[in-house]
Design a protein. Structure first.
Length: 256
């Protein structure tokens, strides 16, 4: 039976980390936490669970997750964020698959919570994530934000039943703050890659993303919170491309 190393990256996650670690009990054969020098009780909580706790300077989500995976004793990596946990059904699915583990990677659905409500439509569900994989069959990339584990072309993948339960957004202000932060990182990554956007791209991305998520992906079925989630998701696209245009304009001015 293959063994599984659970890997988590953290920074001041005392609010969520215990829930995450409890969901891994009996599923993972080792738990590795790579921490970006938390100043709260994250380290103490982790050590109470007898995890392997490492400190490492944060240079980006992609880089941190690749580093964390490199510390594992086992090739099969189960990657969770600190504010995520395995549902009971997903725990059972992983344990059943663990007996044979025939595939290189496994996708899970992720169920996201916003202001106490589980969002079951729009781009927020099923929000499939590749989170159990053989590290020899790929690596995290391509960007240092919204990173995904990129499998080699010859790899085999499947999907397991159950959800990752994501408790990330307790308020509108919290979600809006994260959107502002992540959109800046994404713009910088696109800028480094030489990406350019036309004048009206930010507005077009905003409008199109809202229409797709709210109407085509049935975001309206989640009520008021569904409307907020779809709007802020569209706003995220607008910010990302607006910030990228600003970086491009500043570069042109410097050259001029």
């Amino acid at each position: 039976m293959p063994k599984i190393s659970a890997v988590i990256i953290t920074l001041n996650e005392e609010k969520y980390i215990e829930r995450c670690l409890r969901s891994l009990a009996g599923v993972a054969d080792e738990i590795i936490v790579v921490d970006s020098f938390s100043t709260d009780s994250t380290e103490k909580i982790c050590k109470d669970f007898n995890v392997k706790f490492h400190r490492h300077t944060f240079t980006g989500f992609r880089d941190q997750k690749n580093y964390a995976a490199s510390l594992a004793l086992n090739n099969y990596i189960l990657s969770l964020d600190a504010d995520e946990a395995l549902s009971d059904e997903l725990q059972k699915s992983i344990l059943e698959e663990k007996d044979k583990m025939k595939l290189d990677g496994y996708y899970f659905n992720r169920l996201n919570n916003f202001c106490g409500q589980w969002i079951r439509h729009s781009a927020w569900y099923p929000d499939r994530q590749l989170r159990l994989f053989n590290r020899e069959k790929g690596m995290w990339g391509p960007l240092n934000v919204h990173e995904t584990f990129r499998m080699l072309p010859v790899s085999t993948t499947g999907r397991l039943k159950g959800d990752i339960l994501h408790l990330a957004h307790g308020s509108v202000a919290e979600l809006a703050g994260k959107i502002n932060y992540y959109s800046g990182i994404a713009a910088e990554e696109y800028f480094k890659a030489g990406k350019r956007v036309p004048l009206f791209a930010p507005v077009l991305h905003l409008v199109w993303r809202f229409i797709v998520n709210y109407f085509f992906h049935l975001g309206f079925l989640d009520g008021r919170n569904g409307l907020i989630v779809c709007y802020l998701g569209a706003w995220s696209s607008y910010l990302k491309y607006s910030k990228l245009r600003k970086l491009n304009r500043e570069t042109i001015k410097k050259k001029g």
